[in-house]
Design a protein around this ligand. Structure first.
Ligand code: 0RA
Length: 705
């Protein structure tokens, strides 16, 4: 790590541990962090790219806590060229004073003892849900080196660790290596802050490749949820440099979500209220003219995708207030039934953010807010403001109420249409679609359904598959965009009906996961713009109507290879440019070794076998098996595969269908929001936005989706 020691002279604090005495406490500490290195998954979930990025999140969350506490207004994240990460904030700085129990600097304690983060925290708003909040000591344990620099009390403290162990005591240095980030230089004479730089340990993470987009999304979301907090990302690998700052907070968030829609009222309706127990409730909502509901809830900046008390409070208040208003203006007559929570959802975009002293996260993934008192608090905050808004903006109110009434009527009509379709038996298991080439296996857990783009690729897939357990459903052209269509029209679409029938679960109120006919569903489309459009359409269908299957990790995206490489008899299929470059090197090295072995053998007087001679001759001539690289070696032949249809049945089996050799990507709900925005921009009404998205992402989509 590139940290020069600037100060250092006479700067050792007394609380260092460099004295050579080694107590039972130290042993415990090392064992604690050793446990993290032995079973990293227990602390960060996985050690793939997701777990890797979790390291940044962990460090970032500590700075965000400081911002929620009101003592930090800027956080900078830097991805360095050498893959080190720096997170710098202008908070109060991690305390450095000596801790009573351990006799060590608090700074060292939080970095070397598991879960020590809360010990000096007091009563702030702490982020702690799901995998978050395991503490910076976990990041430390999983880094070859971590350097932390604290600016406070007019001094600069620093400490460096190696795989979790301090390399020396906490030192006071004369000048820092970094300056804490600041919004205004003039405002502070004594800048304070914490700057952490870490290098993930390649022994722990097989691939260290940062995706700046993931970090950028977190920072944008955090900026929306903490108004007037400045967040920046600098990626030194490609000079990407961006900042997020939203004066409007969740209002800006809702505007962003609704930016490609026609909205029923010009400004989001906004509520902010602080309660006696310091709970802060913030809600922004705006109706648009689509049928889709987008409600995102957060507790202490954590996306509570399973909702909870805050969501319940919001729904209750929204339904109650809209009913009261609809009756008051006579849109609902005395004899009419009340609008239900269902009726007020269509076209609703809302962000609900609560900040709580002691959040309780529930459920298996800790993504549902449990604090019961919050339900009433959110409802209280909503009731007054929403009622008042509807009073003061009668035209907006009328449009919203009309929209809800239309939703009510439309749903009644759709329900009738659906019942009709279902009664006719169009969707029951006895009439499987004609295009489906079913498999022999009847145990769903052993069977898979492969949705293939295009009839010709579908044909190759049918001959190339293992019919024992693989069913193929070819899809012709583009399927219907379900976001824009109502249930009755959707069920009239042949492609969609075929998918629903093949899956066997039914849909909507009739959905029954236990009727699922295939344990895995694999989407197989070309790696081009059309393919990515079809994938997105299918994902939209699955996301909106078969969410449970995504949640059960049953949906995958097949990854057909992009290139075929051949050198001599050796063939490799690869999925990306970087894999291609790596494979070229490997093939050449392999061929070189082979040649050298031959030479050695020839020198030793051994005769080449007939097969070897044949291979040499063939490869010298045949350009499909490589060409001269001009330096006495051979260059592999590279063919780019543009689509599934370019592969024959056998190649399709080898590269894309065979479970032993294929690459599948699991579809998760993890980035449900990101996906939703993509669906939206791609599928929503605004054609311009869709064009732009496809243009901007065509290249990325080729590789990612
Ligand atoms: C608790 C108390 C104090 C500072 C912090 C936490 C703190 C922690 C982190 C982690 C990253 N950046 C941070 N910034 C601040 C200070 C209490 C005091 O000044 O008395």
């Amino acid at each position: 790590m590139a940290v020069k020691t600037v100060g250092g002279k006479g700067s050792n604090t007394k609380d260092g541990n460099g004295s050579g005495t080694y107590s039972a406490k130290d042993i415990q500490v090392l064992e604690g962090l050793e446990a993290v290195r032995r079973r990293p998954g227990m602390y960060i979930g996985t050690t793939d790219l997701r777990g890797l990025h979790h390291l940044i999140r962990e460090v970032l969350d500590n700075s965000i806590d400081e911002a929620m506490n009101g003592t930090c207004d800027r956080i900078d994240v830097i991805i360095h060229k050498n893959n080190e990460i720096t997170v710098a904030d202008n908070g109060r700085g991690i305390p450095t004073d000596k801790q009573a129990q351990t006799g060590k600097s608090a700074l060292e304690v939080v970095h070397t003892i598991l879960h020590a983060g809360g010990k000096f925290g007091g009563a702030g708003y702490k982020v702690s849900g799901g995998l978050h909040g395991v503490g910076v000591s976990v990041v430390n344990a999983l880094s070859t080196e971590l350097h932390v620099e604290v600016h406070r009390e007019g001094k600069v403290f620093e400490q460096t660790y190696e795989r979790g162990k301090p390399k020396g005591p906490v030192k006071v240095i004369v000048r820092g290596h970094y300056e804490p980030p600041m919004l205004s230089w003039k405002e502070r004479k004594n800048p304070t802050g914490t700057i952490t730089t870490f290098a993930p340990d390649p022994q722990m993470f097989p691939i260290i490749e940062w995706d700046a987009n993931i970090v950028s999304n977190w920072l944008r979301e955090t900026a929306y949820l903490n108004k007037a907090l400045w967040l920046s990302l600098k990626d030194e690998r490609d000079d990407r440099d961006e900042s997020y700052y939203f004066d409007g907070g969740v209002i800006s968030f809702v505007r962003h979500l609704n930016k490609s829609h026609q909205n029923l009222h010009p400004r989001p309706i906004y509520v902010e209220k602080t309660f006696e127990n310091d709970t802060v409730v913030e809600v922004a909502l705006q109706y648009n003219d689509t049928f889709v509901e987008k409600v995102y809830t957060f507790a202490n900046n954590i996306n509570t995708i399973d909702g909870g008390a805050h969501l319940t409070g919001f729904r209750t208040a929204l339904t109650r207030t809209l009913n009261a208003h609809a009756r008051k203006i006579g849109a609902l007559k005395e004899a009419d039934p009340n609008l239900t929570a269902e009726d007020v959802r269509e076209g609703l975009t809302a962000v609900i953010s609560v900040k709580i002293k002691e959040p309780q996260f529930e459920g298996q993934t800790k993504t549902r807010l449990g604090n019961a008192e919050v339900q009433g608090q959110v409802a209280t905050a909503m009731n007054d403001i929403l009622g008042q808004y509807l009073e003061e903006n009668p035209q907006d109110a009328r449009r919203i109420v009309e929209k809800c009434l239309t939703a009510f009527r439309a749903r009644e009509a759709a329900r009738k249409a659906r019942d009709l379709v279902l009664r006719k038996g169009a969707l029951d298991g006895f009439s499987l679609p004609g295009k489906l080439a079913d498999c022999q296996e009847r145990d769903p857990e052993k069977a898979e359904l492969i949705l293939v783009e295009g009839n010709s690729a579908g044909g190759s897939a049918k001959s190339g598959r293992d019919r024992h357990f693989q069913a193929i459903l070819p899809l012709r052209g583009k399927i219907l965009n379900v976001e824009k269509a109502r249930a009755d029209r959707m069920l009239g679409n042949e492609e969609i009906k075929a998918i629903i029938t093949a899956l066997g679960t039914g849909i909507g109120d009739y959905f029954d996961a236990s009727k699922l006919r295939y344990g895995k569903t694999i989407i197989l489309a070309d790696a081009d713009v059309d393919g990515s459009h079809i994938r997105t359409l299918l994902l939209t269908l699955l996301y909106r109507h078969f969410k449970a299957l995504i949640e059960q990790h049953r949906i995958y995206i097949g990854q057909p290879p992009l290139y075929r490489l051949q050198l001599g008899k050796e063939v490799r299929w690869v999925h990306s440019d970087s894999e291609r470059d790596k494979a070229v090197k490997e093939l050449k090295a392999q061929a070189r070794t082979k040649r050298e072995d031959r030479k050695t053998a020839a020198k030793a007087g051994k005769k080449a076998t007939a097969a070897e001679t044949a291979e040499d001759e063939a490869s010298a001539k045949n350009s499909d098996e490589g060409s001269d690289d001009g330096k006495g070696g051979r260059e592999p032949a590279i063919a780019r595969y543009k689509g599934l249809a370019e592969m024959n049945a056998e190649q399709l089996w080898d590269t894309t269908l065979n479970p032993a050799t294929r690459t599948l990507r699991l579809v998760t709900l993890d980035d449900a929001e990101a996906a939703d925005v993509v669906f939206d921009e791609l599928m929503g009404n605004e054609v311009e936005g869709r064009k732009k998205w496809i243009m901007a992402n065509a290249k990325k989509a080729e590789l990612d989706l």
